[in-house]
Every structure is written in C-alpha cells, then in structure tokens.
Design a protein around this ligand. Structure first.
Ligand SMILES: [Zn+2]
Length: 424
C-alpha cells in the first residue's frame, strides 16, 4: 500500500538524513508483533521519500513532496535507490568446517539424504570435520559466510551449533558465534543444537546421549552464557517427541526458550512437541496436515518454512498457502548449511517462497522480515522500518523492488547494507 505523510520522533543525538529515496518499503505506522493470514499481504511503501536515523535507530520518515525536511547533522542523497528493511535470517547453520559438495554429487547419482546419513555422511560428516578444525580457522571461515549473508541484506542472523556433538566442540561453535556477534554490527543470536544427531560414540544409545546433553552439555553452554535458544532435530531417524520434550524442559530450567526442527522428514509429532513446550518457532514443516495446523492455531509457535532445503534436497515444500490461509502467521529462513541448503541469500529464499510456495511477494517479504523477527522475539527492535527500531536496511537500484527482487531471482539486489544507520 502506498502511503503519504510523515512520522517523526524527536530525540537528542547524531541525526543522519537520507533523501531522494525512490521508494521506502516495509514501513510500519503502528508496529505489530507479527502478521497473520490476510495481514501478511500488506506492505506499506512511500515514494520519493526521506528517512531520518538518530543514534542508530529509525527516527522519522516522510515524503520529499511535502517540502519540510528535518534538520540533520549529515545528509545523504540516495537518488535512484529504493530502501528495504534489513532481512532477518532466523535459522542458519553457518558455522561449519567444509562444504559437503561430494555428498551432493552422491545424491545427484540417486542416494537419498537418509542413505547418505546412514553411510556416515550428513551431519556426522560435518561433525567429524568440525571437531578437528582449530577454532581460529573455523572462526575466519564462518565470519566470511556471515559477511556474505550481510552483503545480501540479512542484518539479523541466528546461528546454531550442532556440528560439534560433544561438549568441547559445541562450546567451540557457540563461542565462535558469540565472537562473530561482537565483531559485526549485525544482530547475532545463538542456538544450542547439541541434539542435531547422535554422535558415533553414543551410537545405539540415543537416550543416554539425551541424558548427556541434559546433565553435561547444556549446563556447560548455559554457564558460559553462550546460547539464546535451544533446538532439537525432532524427526524420523533423529530425536523423538518424547526426547525432544525432555531436552526442552531441561533447557527451560536454564531459562532457554526453544526453536525446533520439526516435520522435515515426515509427520512425526514435532509440531505437537513444539506447541507443548511453548517453543518460539517450529521450523521446516514440509510434512504437516490438518491436525498440525489446528495444533499451531492453538499456540504462539511461529511456523517457519525453509524452501532452500526443499529446493536443494528436492523434497516437498512447506504448505505455506495452507498455513497462511488458515489464518496463521508464517516466516521463512535460509537454513544455510553445507548439507541441505547451501544458500546464504535470503532474497533467493524470498523468490522460492513465491515461485515454489505460491506466496505473494508481499507475504514472502513479511516472512523474512517482521515474522522472522517475531520467531526470535525481536519484533520490537528489527523487522520493519518503524520509529525506534534499529536502523538496519539495504538499498537497491532495482526498480519496484517489492516485486522485482524476488522476480529477478539468483542475483544480489543489495547495493549498500546499513547496520544501525552505517554502511557495512
Ligand atoms: Zn536447520
């Protein structure tokens, strides 16, 4: 929807004014926590706009046509450019030792993801390589990947552990994630995913590994304050709903909220476990039916689709239309990882949401901004252009960006990415 007028907050501090913006998208007049059902089709834009940033936060916006520009310490003309709010990638596994392109080639020859996992590939292959890689090299590689994500417009990024699968290596991953959070201006949130797979030393003793996570790994992670959330791969061949609930209850005792992997490989009770545990999100959901949708409707759990995984593994896409048409909110994320979704570009995820999941461009945009922020309970600080939120945004030369970015898929439309009002 095109809107007019202006909105401003008067604060004391460094004021930076961006002028001549061809179109400013993703504005919120009255900020919402999330968008459900029909609301997901709404995106507010203003043409020929100005945008004011004060102390790293959005402080005002309006139309250049109105004539009255606010005073500022610095003015930057963005003639010919459009602005979109920073994208929120709420589900990534971007800390890994090596790509798994050899396994990809195995799959191209006919092996399934589960067959590769059984043959010692998959997550366990990543774990083997990560355990032996020194922390500094792993940090450098992971930082590089995070910078690539930022360059594609992602300004809030969640990072999971889960390729360590031992106390020492999980701590190594989470320390790296925290260190990245300190050294980039993007907002980084961390998730402990010790229950990503059962490591070889616990083979056949899955319940014992769950107990080990609860009694050793989780306390060690929490004592160092390394995680913002807990995650479990609740699915066929991985962890059962009962084990998931044990793990999430233990995490809750440490004050850790949860975001879980659910229903990627089948209808396996993951959604029900997430709802029962009061998880912030249930991610994947490639396999869900009426029962799961009804269950989600009774909860505050954000359903999250990961279309990069469906594209790369050639598995069904999450039924986004069914979820949205049921009046639920819906978010999208990259699932950036070396085995099932090697995509760092949320603009591509936006496009897949449209082309493969039949979401409208506006719906898929809200799914990688405000609703994704909600899945991290960060909707008050990121996810839209609203007064007081972090001035995270990106510029693009692409005209009519709300449609053209997902339409011209496979390229990076971001020109400059601003984090708290400064170019990255
Ligand atoms: Zn994942």
């Amino acid at each position: 929807m095109l809107i007019s007028g202006s909105n401003m907050l008067f604060l004391q501090g460094m004021r930076k004014l961006f002028t001549d913006i061809r179109a400013l998208h993703g504005i919120e007049l009255t900020p919402k926590a999330l968008l459900r059902g029909n609301e997901m089709g709404m995106v507010n834009s203003i043409e020929n706009a100005w945008l004011l940033v004060e102390n790293g936060c959005f402080a005002g916006w309006g139309s250049m046509n109105d004539g009255n520009l606010p005073a500022a310490d610095e003015t930057v003309s963005l003639k010919g450019l459009e602005i979109l709010p920073g994208l929120v990638d709420s589900h990534t596994h971007c800390i890994f030792a090596e790509p798994r392109s050899a396994e990809w080639e195995m799959r191209l020859k006919g092996a399934t993801y589960e067959e590769i996992a059984e043959a010692g590939g998959g997550i366990l292959n990543s774990a083997k390589k990560l355990r032996t890689m020194d922390e500094e090299s792993l940090y450098e590689q992971s930082l590089w990947r995070v910078q690539r994500m930022i360059a594609h417009g992602s300004t809030t990024i969640e990072i999971k552990s889960g390729y360590g699968l031992s106390t020492e290596s999980e701590l190594k991953m989470l320390r790296i994630a925290r260190r990245i959070g300190k050294n980039v201006n993007a907002t980084i949130k961390t998730t402990f995913l010790g229950a990503h797979a059962v490591p070889p030393e616990f083979k056949g003793r899955q319940d014992e590994y769950v107990s080990h996570i609860i009694t050793e790994m989780l306390p060690a992670v929490c004592n160092e304050g390394l995680a913002d959330h807990m995650d479990v791969f609740c699915d066929r061949g991985f962890f059962t709903p009962e084990q998931t609930l044990r793990l999430l209850e233990a995490a809750a005792k440490f004050g850790l909220p949860s975001k879980i992997h659910a229903n990627e490989l089948g209808i396996t009770g993951g959604v029900q476990a997430a709802v029962k545990a009061g998880s912030w999100s249930a991610d994947h959901l490639e396999h869900i039916g009426e029962e799961e949708i009804a269950c989600l409707k009774s909860s505050e759990v954000m359903p999250v689709g990961l279309p990069g995984t469906s594209y790369f593994l050639d598995i069904p896409y999450t039924p986004a239309r069914k979820i949205i048409d049921a009046g639920l909110p819906f978010a999208l994320a990259s699932d950036f990882n070396p085995g099932s979704s090697p995509v760092c570009n949320l603009q591509m995820v936006w496009s897949l949401g449209c082309s493969r999941m039949k979401m409208l461009p506006s719906e898929a945009f809200n799914a990688i901004t405000l609703n994704a922020a909600r899945s991290l309970r960060l909707e008050n600080s990121v996810g839209s252009i609203a007064i007081g939120k972090k001035a995270d945004f990106w510029t693009t030369e692409t005209q009519n960006a709300m449609q053209s970015v997902p339409y011209f898929f496979g390229v990076n439309h971001a020109k400059d990415v601003y984090l708290k009002g400064r170019t990255n």
